[in-house]
Design a protein around this ligand. Sequence first.
Ligand code: ZN
Length: 161
Amino acid sequence: MTIYLDRLEVANKVLKTIGNETYEFVVEQGRLYLTWTVNEQSYRRLCILQRGSHYFNSDKFSRNLGTGGTGESAIVQLVRWIKGRNTLPIRQWQYWASSSVKLWQDDTIANQVILWLREGNYPIEATCVFCNKTVYRYDWWSLPGKKEGLGCYKPETCPNL
Ligand SMILES: [Zn+2]
């Protein structure tokens, strides 16, 4: 299983702005865990991206996160990024930062998060999991016997779908 250790530092900085200071990604024996404390209860979960789960959806590890749905979606993207899976593009984070969503109440923090992600080389654009092309419109594909992930919006425009 791939884990990009160089992405952990940025991911952890971002993570703490979504949850609280206790939220942390840790790697133990080659596995990625998420640990956090909310309402004096401590949690530790293996970050498993289950096949069939949508890119926005919370996976097993994100139960009891206490961050709200948007925060969960953002954390799932961090996990995907650390694991080298394709992710929603940075404009998704900008949308989460916008006044219509306000994942962060403080605009200064929101801007800082976007900057951290940019500096950490978080993907500016989404790429198709099947053909690696940059995709501006995308869909989520989970087909038997094929890779799973964010891909070309229409099968007709993807050579590998
Ligand atoms: Zn494609």
